[in-house]
Design a protein around this ligand. Structure first.
Ligand code: 6GP
Length: 833
């Protein structure tokens, strides 16, 4: 408040206060001004990149004006805010989204055209903001869009990685990882060099007695690293609300440490310290659904949690409210267990710094936090070694032990003499070394725990967190089925479809109330509508065919059935099942007579996705796909009947081209392994059908769109354990059709079979954990049904339209409203003009 301009002088300010451009003319003026002054370029020196930067800066001005007003409004009304803590925000590009959300894309298109630029070329200059791995990070990005669109007072908190997820190149069929330095020409962030927090690591804990004889703990010495805030404005669609995503960047503290070294003439080591500090926010860990327990990762987690909490607490303290009101003002959502240390840090702030008693503090903490689990895969569940934590965060480890002690005492009371139960639910796993089970800590420190689809949430309650359901009762555990934002995944990715729908429904209201799509069903039998629907799909397939040509050199026929599987490469997601299916198809075609070949539905099998750099099995799956592509695509005997494409460097902006272009997409994880899946929703929303297992949100998609509109196959989740058990005891027979596929691979049809030996052995010899063989027959016969159905164009179109009409449930607007009602207890803040 002390920095504000005195009231009598504010008139001068208001007279010149920044104004938004509101039409093409004003946009052009801003564009040219930014290019000439901010960028120091001229009309003789303005390429597409400069046009992009100028356009982005003009829109950034608009966003930041509304950002300022939104923040003032939220501070003034001072109602409860939501803080979404996520180590990943997979945002993709910002410009197109900003133009559509503020509703000025047409003005920009015309303004750019006046200067000789095509808006599509300008938009594609932008580097993706890829601060995430896959589903979990993209979900966070969709949430931010919905939070702003629905006018919730909400902040995202994350890390400002200098390197996002690596860029993938395919060299001789192998994945290579290239660092993704993305911060040059990034106009979307505002550095806040004045907003810094000192974060402590290492050191030791001293116990002391204050003047009243009360015991306290102080965390002393160690290293200090500074967190600097970078703010990214998040515009809502069709609203003035512009929320904030605050990303922390690490740098050496300017405190005594360095000065001592400088003064001692130790310049080099002072600079080395600085570099050391900067490594904390240097790089995103490239693992999806896999944890590696690296110390630097734990440092990232604490650094980001501590900085964010300091910020949240500072904002709360300005209101001068009693601590007991904290949970009425603040809801903090933990995106997976990555931010679980925030629970411990909050308890530390309250007891060590603010002087509250343990019980009162713990009551505040548990009312504040909610925890979302995204996976049941054991290899993804975080555990941190006790010695590592002891060294890095000595006071936090003590607090964790205390939390555990009080928790186990309460369990003991409820379940006397059940030692097994105590061992099972203890936050500390009694292994060598001992480990801190972060999911258990997150459950104990939160008032709500949710899974991300019905089946997933049920599995959490009946398997992973079963004991905790007994201890706390079922009410702490809930489900919030995922969604996607229709603004990016329908309107932005598929403008033609969005405008056809708007034409039929009389406007774009469906973009903020997706249930309105159901009105489309009335037009299913409308011949002209179907024709337009089909034409849009064809154009989208042509757009993808061009991307394929430009990036792989292969030509594909847009009349073919486009069959797409794009997502992180993981054994549980079973791209291996898909590529074995493709080989099966290839062998079948090779064995056909010319007459038989005439009946084959031409198909393009499209893959995309990154493997974690250390995940060998996933990398060999990518290798196999590329080897199969090289053989099949060059086999003139097969021609257009089958093409295999691996699109390298799958990312958000490629997804925007791929999703609208599929006829069918594959969501074929082993039943019970996929939390939800969200690309399944994107594909269906764009009129693609899906082939999938009864897993994750596929089940709820089926319920909504009807089982005649989806191709389901494979074993059910309830049978998986039994099958695995049987395999383990030797009861396993390789599916005969799959055996032929393996034979072809072993005969070196796709290059050196040795390269794929481990992949085949995992199925033939090592128990087929992901049930590839068990599901193979049902998978290939279901694909035959897909071919059959595709023959009947009219039926297919009816399925496509009906499915889109019934996808209203899968908007993140519905998701966010559910979190707001059942977990956060927050209200939107109405915006008046
Ligand atoms: C993913 C799940 O695998 C996916 O099924 C879900 O749709 C998505 O989260 C969003 O909820 N999980 C991750 O990406 C992950 O790394 C630790 O989980």
């Amino acid at each position: 408040v002390e920095a504000s301009i005195p009231e009598p002088l504010r008139e001068a300010w208001r007279k010149h206060s920044a104004k938004e451009f509101t039409n093409k003319e004003e946009f052009e003026k801003e564009l040219v001004r930014h290019i000439e002054t901010t960028l120091a370029r001229s009309l003789y020196n303005c390429d597409e990149l400069a046009a992009y930067s100028g356009t982005a800066l003009a829109f950034r001005d608009r966003l930041i004006i509304e950002w300022n007003k939104t923040q003032q409004r939220q501070t003034f009304t001072d109602q409860k805010r939501v803080y979404y803590l996520s180590l990943e925000f997979l945002m993709g590009r910002a410009l197109d989204n900003a133009m559509l959300n503020v509703g000025m894309k047409d003005a920009a298109r015309e303004g750019l055209r006046d200067l000789g630029f095509r808006i599509e070329d300008v938009i594609s200059q932008e580097h993706d903001a890829a601060l995430g791995n896959g589903g979990l990070g993209r979900l966070a990005a969709c949430f931010l869009d919905s939070l702003a669109t629905l006018n919730y007072p909400a902040w995202g908190y994350g890390l400002r990685y200098r390197y996002g997820i690596f860029k993938q190149e395919i060299v001789n069929g192998y994945q290579m990882e290239i660092p993704d330095y993305w911060l040059d020409n990034n106009p979307w962030e505002f550095p806040r060099h004045e907003i810094t927090v000192d974060i402590q690591f290492y050191g030791s804990v001293k116990k002391y007695q204050d003047e009243n004889g009360k015991i306290g703990h102080s965390w002393e010495d160690g290293e200090i690293v500074q967190a600097v805030a970078y703010d990214v404005p998040i515009p809502g669609y069709g609203t003035k609300t512009t929320n904030n995503l605050r990303l922390w960047s690490s740098k050496a503290s300017s405190g005594e440490f360095d000065f001592q070294k400088f003064n001692a003439g130790d310049y080099e080591s002072a600079v080395a310290d600085q570099q050391n500090a900067e490594t904390i926010s240097a790089v995103l860990y490239p693992n999806d659904n896999l944890e590696r327990g690296k110390e630097l990762r734990l440092k990232q987690q604490y650094f980001w949690c501590a900085a964010s909490l300091y910020d949240i607490v500072r904002r709360f303290k300005k209101t001068k409210r009693a601590w007991s009101e904290f949970p009425d003002q603040v809801a903090i959502q933990l995106n997976d267990t990555h931010p679980t240390l925030a629970i411990v840090e909050m308890q530390r702030i309250l007891i060590d710094i603010e002087g509250l008693e343990w019980d009162e503090a713990w009551g505040i903490v548990t009312k504040t936090f909610g925890y979302t689990n995204h996976t049941v895969l054991p290899e993804a569940l975080e555990k941190w070694s006790v010695p590592l934590m002891q060294n890095l965060l000595p006071r936090h480890l003590q607090i964790i032990y205390d939390i555990n002690l009080f928790f186990l005492q309460s369990v003991e009371k409820r379940f006397p003499n059940d030692r097994d139960m105590l061992a099972r639910v203890s936050i500390i796993e009694e292994s060598h070394p001992k480990m801190v089970r972060m999911a258990y800590l997150a459950i104990i420190g939160s008032h709500k725990v949710n899974g991300v689809a019905e089946l997933h949430s049920d599995l959490l309650k009946t398997t992973l967190f079963k004991d905790f359901v007994e201890i706390y009762g079922p009410d702490r555990f809930t489900n919030v089925t995922n969604g996607v934002t229709p603004r990016r995944w329908l309107h932005q990715a598929n403008p033609a479809l969005s405008s056809l729908i708007a034409q039929k429904l009389g406007g774009h209201e469906f973009l903020t109330d997706l249930t309105l799509l159901d009105k489309l069903e009335a037009f299913v039998d409308d011949k002209e509508f179907r024709r337009e629907w089909a034409e849009i799909k064809t154009k989208n397939k042509l757009r993808l065919a061009k991307l394929i040509k430009d990036t792989t050199g292969y030509s594909v026929n847009p009349e073919s059935l486009f069959d797409v599987q794009v997502k992180r490469i993981h054994e549980y997601k079973r791209q291996q099942l898909n590529i074995f299916g493709v080989i099966h198809r290839y062998l079948k075609i090779k064995g056909m007579s010319n007459e038989e070949r005439k009946k084959v539905i031409p198909r393009v099998s499209i893959f995309g996705g990154k493997a974690a750099p250390g995940y060998w099995m996933a990398k060999s799956i990518i290798h196999l796909i590329n080897k199969v592509a090289a053989v099949v695509n060059n086999d003139t005997d097969v021609g257009d009947l089958l093409k295999v494409i691996f699109i390298e460097d799958y990312n958000v902006s490629k997804a925007e081209i791929i999703c609208p272009a599929s006829d069918i997409s594959e969501h074929i994880s082993t039943a019970g392994t996929e939390g939800s899946g969200t690309s399944n929703m994107k594909f269906v929303m764009n009129g693609g059908l899906i082939i999938g297992t009864c897993d994750g949100a596929n089940i709820e998609i089926t319920r909504e769109i009807g089982d005649q509109n989806i191709f389901l196959f494979g074993n059910l989740a309830e049978d998986v354990e039994d099958l695995r058990h049987r395999h383990f005891y030797g009861d396993f027979q390789l599916d005969p059709a799959l055996a032929k596929v393996f034979k072809a691979i072993k005969d070196n049809m796709f290059g050196d079979a040795g390269d794929f030996a481990a992949l085949m052995a995992s199925i033939e010899e090592h128990g087929d954990y992901y049930l590839v063989s068990d599901d193979f027959h049902s998978y290939v016969t279901t694909h035959e049904m897909v071919d059959e159905a595709f023959l009947n164009k009219e039926e297919w179109l009816a399925k496509s339209i009906t499915s889109v009409a019934r996808m209203g449930f899968f908007s993140t607007d519905r998701v966010i409203n559910e979190y707001a009602d059942s977990i956060w207890n927050v209200e939107p803040l109405a915006v008046k003009d």
